[in-house]
Design a protein around this ligand. Structure first.
Ligand code: PHB
Length: 389
């Protein structure tokens, strides 16, 4: 009797709850955020996740009448795990896949996005060809090549004639090496190329090899987080006093680690799209709010990719009136333009890649802290690799 009553009660409760449940599900938009949250690239995951959460905190979790739910998963920087998580998220009806701290992770997920017709918002990875891996990829981060061309042109304008490049041996590093070498030799310079393994890199022998060439400068691309080790070994070999200049993309003097590098970083010249010291009202508000929400952590360029990626998703949902059809969302994202903490940005409708300013910066001490201080702006830079095709 008791059993029967319980069963009946369950049945009644289920009948009462089910319509509500179905409605709640339809009214929820899930965003799947796939990031390296452990392992050597965890700083990227930490920065992007913190920025995505800040964006939601500032802009609310309801868009076009839909409740936004962020689902965050750790890919441990393994492409097969990223792909498996993406497939599970698609089965679980996420409207958007987002994150992607490294190129191989973004590429592993591209076929899943294509098959499921779900937008893949790349918030971090920077190899040029990622947007060509799926028509559902839209990028809020950057291409490494966007920063490399202005850096090579700046070096040439300074009268530098010979440069050795040191890059991490994986896709974005190879983009950096190729684009730097092409741009600098076209301007009349000479280039030697050196590659360093991506995992557990020991830069010392490579730095020595580069220094032995007696170049005017060493150009470096290392992924976010790896700059500390490079700078330490650069100082240990006394290269900061050798007269050979150190230049690179801003990944080396990443705001997440710059302050811990010490005075050896002073004077390093880099080109990139974001500095925590970017002098705008939007950036000041972003840096202050980010620090406040994250125990004083300074946002880096990865954080801005995450913050702007959330903006892209929110605004696309507004444009579609809450429609989560993948093709409709990607169409809404194309041509989107807004003012980011980094400056004015837009999505190139032809490539689904971001168009943004690139700044040339110098590491200086400001108020007792190290910053990348911008001193030149190259406006509205498109990805040069795709533009050249
Ligand atoms: C990438 O894997 O595309 C990547 C990772 C870290 C960077 C830049 C590019 O700093």
């Amino acid at each position: 009797m008791i059993m029967l009553r319980r069963t009946l009660l369950h049945a009644v409760a289920a009948a009462l709850l089910t319509p509500g449940l179905a409605l709640a599900q339809a009214d929820t938009v899930k965003i799947g955020l796939i990031l390296p949250l452990t392992g050597p690239f965890a700083s990227t995951g930490r920065q992007v996740e913190a920025a995505a959460r800040l964006y939601m905190q500032q802009n609310g979790s309801t868009v076009a009448g839909k409740k936004i739910e962020l689902v965050v998963k750790d890919d441990t920087s393994a492409p097969d795990i990223a792909k498996r998580i993406a497939q599970e998220m698609v089965n679980d009806k996420v409207a958007v896949l987002a994150g992607f701290g490294l190129t191989p992770l973004a590429l592993a997920v591209a076929p899943v996005a294509t098959q499921a017709k779900v937008p893949e918002v790349v918030m971090a990875a920077g190899t040029s060809m990622i947007t060509e891996a799926s028509p559902y990829v839209v990028r809020s981060s950057f291409t490494v090549a966007q920063s490399v061309v202005p850096m090579a042109e700046w070096a040439s304008k300074q009268g530098m004639k010979k440069i050795v490049t040191i890059v991490s041996d994986f896709a974005p590093g190879l983009d950096a090496e190729k684009v730097f070498s092409e741009t600098f030799t076209k301007a009349g310079g000479k280039v030697e190329n050196v590659r360093v393994p991506l995992r557990n890199p020991d830069f010392a022998p490579f730095l020595q090899r580069a220094a032995d060439e007696k170049p005017d400068a060493i150009f470096v691309f290392v992924p976010s987080g790896a700059g500390t080790q490079l700078m330490k070994q650069y100082a240990e070999r006394g290269l900061d006093k050798s007269g050979i200049k150190l230049i690179g993309t801003g990944d080396m003097t990443d705001d997440d680690i710059l302050n811990d590098m010490g005075d050896v970083a002073l004077g390093v010249i880099t080109a990139q799209f974001y500095s925590a010291a970017h002098p705008s009202a939007e950036n000041k508000a972003f840096v202050d709010a980010f620090k406040k929400a994250n125990k004083g952590m300074r946002p880096n360029f990865m954080a801005v990719g995450g913050y702007d990626g959330m903006h892209l998703i929110y605004e696309a949902l507004k444009k579609t009136n809450g429609n989560t059809d993948g093709d409709a969302l990607v169409a809404a994202m194309k041509s989107m333009a807004w003012t980011s903490p980094r400056g004015p940005v837009s999505i190139d409708p032809a490539t689904r890649d971001i168009i943004q300013n690139i700044y040339v910066r110098k590491v200086e001490k400001v108020g007792g802290e190290l910053y990348n201080v911008e001193f030149a702006t190259i406006p509205n830079v498109k990805d040069p690799v795709k533009a050249a095709k």
